[in-house]
Design a protein around this ligand. Sequence first.
Ligand SMILES: [Zn+2]
Length: 483
Amino acid sequence: MEFEPVIGLEVHAQLLTQSKMFCACSADYAGAPPNTHVCPVCLGMPGSLPVINQLAVEYTILTALAFHCEIPEYAKFDRKNYHYPDLMKGYQISQYDLPLSRNGYVLIDDAGVMKRIGVRRVHLEEDTAKLFHANGASLIDVNRAGVPLMEIVSEPDMHSVEEARLYSLKLRQILRYLGVSSGDMEKGAMRFEANISLRPKGTTELSPTRVEIKNLNSLRAMVRGAEYEIARQTKILLAGGTVEQETMGWDEERGVTVTQRSKEEAHDYRYFPEPDLPPLAVSRAWVDEIRARMAELPDDRRQRLMREHGLSAYDAGVITAEKEIADYFDRAVAAGKARSVDAKAIANWVTGELFRLMKEAGAEIGAVRIAPAQIPDLIALVNAGTISNTIAKAVFAEMYAAGHDPASIVQEKGLAQISDRGALVGIVNQVIADNPKPVAEYLAGKEGIAKFLVGQVMKATKGQGNPALVNELMLEKLKTMKS
Ligand SMILES: [Zn+2]
């Protein structure tokens, strides 16, 4: 019997607000000494009162709109009660039955096939403190407690780990385009929980029991955890057993899921409306105002690059994968217009040499020293015949290393193409004199060897000979020797 996985994801993303969700403490706690971004509210002191961070609400609505969600007119915050040492108040302020949004979707592109993954809701809550266990003691850092945390809950619409991976990447891409979250998994700004069950292939019913995996703190952990869990459940079902409903934790070091507790239901949390916060009336005017702030989203941008500049789906896809790269490309194209440099040529340099050098250096686009306008500058030098394509690559590497202007590199290093007939004829004659054997072969009818001789001339000019002219002069010379 073959099984098909049914996967739903809950993705938590920290929001890029200056202050925390319910107090004025700075939310930018990365690298700060422990317990320095704290106040009575986020420490959970009795008598302290929370105040809603408006920008966090707006970021959540903006994200929900990007996911095509409905935005209800009323929303409220609720207390989710559970006991854990990282939860300062003994409850987390979250949203239960009236979230900020519901019923949306995200499109993923699985090897050319578009698939719609339902987004059940996007709601807002607060992050917890962080526990550290060392030398038999447990330490707590409250800096993270109260940082705005957006939760994006998918429908169980994914049926392979690859779909879950593509969905996660798409979420992160959209969050970054919107500027609402860094999506930086190394810093814990984006975390995953996966709900996984199996069903016989070809059936459409959802299994009543599902296993939830927590602690998936990176995309890699999510993929490994899901693969492990699918294999574990398959083994149980094939042996005729039943999969228990439970919550498991992913043990990154051992690469296994471990039972944490039997899966809790919503009623276990004893949700109740947060009495210290007013319900939110979300006016349509406010929603429209937030919608007007929407940046161009990755799918639209990709389509635009294909439509406006004739880029291939692949090139448009890699250029728009990161907003910063797409912005860089757009600036290069704008600068190229004045010099009649084609956007396609710019795309070739960006996806070719630029990506190659960035990969070699392990660099992000923000660290690249070549200004966007310098790319069309370089292409214009090739188009004008000042340098060959081969030389242009060497110039590009120099530009990448030092950020200098292509024209000044060409001038300083004397790299301009040699298009002087007289100078090239001299070199052609020299190469012919130095290579009697290939020349004899050519004269005996092996015409392909002319390429080798042309190559020798290019080598002698250190790649600076005008290739078309060198070719022409060499063939001319060989012809005269033949007759
Ligand atoms: Zn605080």
